[in-house]
Design a protein around this ligand. Structure first.
Ligand code: NAD
Length: 280
């Protein structure tokens, strides 16, 4: 039987717990989002973050720059790093193409790095130390936890090798004793890999990349992809064709997406804890 995973329901449960936790914190938490340019998809994501911040009781500020240089942006981040009223800083990606993304992300104080994308946080995650975990990878782990999917000894294939998904999932899944394979755009014979997986996590950004022929019976599929076509959103998996063959599958929209934003809220609380306990 196929279980369609309700990401919204899982996110709502986490949200209620977070609201209680935030209520108990004396200091008002604050997220500052930095946006460069005017990417339409980024505008939607930022609005979602703003609404959720308001709902859980976190102050929100957007700093939007039509044009800015790498050096100027780094200066702005340093000011926010030193501002005690700012709990977390999030640089909305993609940045304007002339800006050096690595330099900008590295400028964020790791204790304020709500996306967990600084090398300090990624490095700490790999060396089993205190770290802020990138939101999407963290959200996927919450799905496994909430659905009570045991990962020990499972063959898990991930498609996509970015810092948002594939890279942080490696240590998180290894910790649960899974066997992890990473595939990417240069992987040869993808079908050979995907059809061997007990669990397939797809984050390629390619509509219909995964078809029925590429998976095995009763596979668990986590579809991270977001592909917009004619005002509709699709994942990377041909959902209608594939779902009957799976034991669990996340839909798009309504699967991983809601978990990503709620884990951002969770990470803002984590940032606060790291700052007050002086950890990291
Ligand atoms: P990206 O878009 O920067 O890169 C794509 C990755 O997929 C690369 O590692 C590439 O090697 C791999 N890839 C591309 N085509 C492939 C193919 N044909 N075969 C095998 N591998 C292939 O990656 P990203 O920023 O991690 O985003 C991936 C997708 O996930 C995008 O659609 C993005 O919108 C979506 N996303 C969704 C959420 C969410 O909350 N649901 C969060 C983050 C990203």
């Amino acid at each position: 039987m196929t279980n369609i995973i309700d990401g919204k329901q899982i996110a709502n449960k986490i949200k209620e717990n977070l609201k209680n936790e935030i209520n108990k914190i004396e200091q008002k938490l604050k997220l500052v989002v930095i946006q460069t340019g005017d990417n339409p998809a980024s505008n939607i994501y930022i609005n979602n973050k703003k609404s959720l911040c308001e709902e859980v009781g976190i102050n929100f500020e957007l700093k939007k720059y039509e044009t800015i240089t790498t050096e100027e942006l780094i200066k702005e981040i340093e000011i926010l790093n030193n501002n005690k009223e700012v709990t977390s800083i999030l640089v909305q990606l993609p940045l304007l193409k002339e800006i050096d993304e690595t330099k900008v992300l590295e400028a964020i104080n790791p204790k304020k790095d709500a996306d967990g994308l600084t090398s300090k946080n990624i490095g700490n995650l790999y060396s089993k130390q205190e770290a802020i975990i990138p939101c999407t990878a963290y959200g996927i782990m919450k799905i496994f936890e909430e659905e009570k999917i045991n990962l020990e000894g499972k063959n898990i294939v991930i498609i996509g090798r970015t810092k948002l998904v594939g890279i942080p999932l490696i240590p998180l899944l290894l910790k649960e004793n899974a066997t992890v394979t990473i595939c990417h755009s240069k992987t040869k014979n993808l079908k050979e890999k995907t059809s061997q997986a007990d669990i397939l996590i797809v984050a390629a950004g390619k509509k219909d990349l995964i078809t029925k022929e590429m998976i095995k019976q009763d596979q668990i599929i986590i579809d991270v992809g977001i592909n917009r076509e004619n005002n509709k959103v699709y994942g990377d998996v041909d959902f209608e064709e594939v779902k009957e063959k799976t034991s669990y599958i996340t839909p798009v929209p309504g699967g991983v997406g809601p978990l990503t934003v709620i884990m951002l809220m969770n990470n803002i609380v984590e940032c606060h804890k790291l700052q007050t306990k002086n950890l990291l």
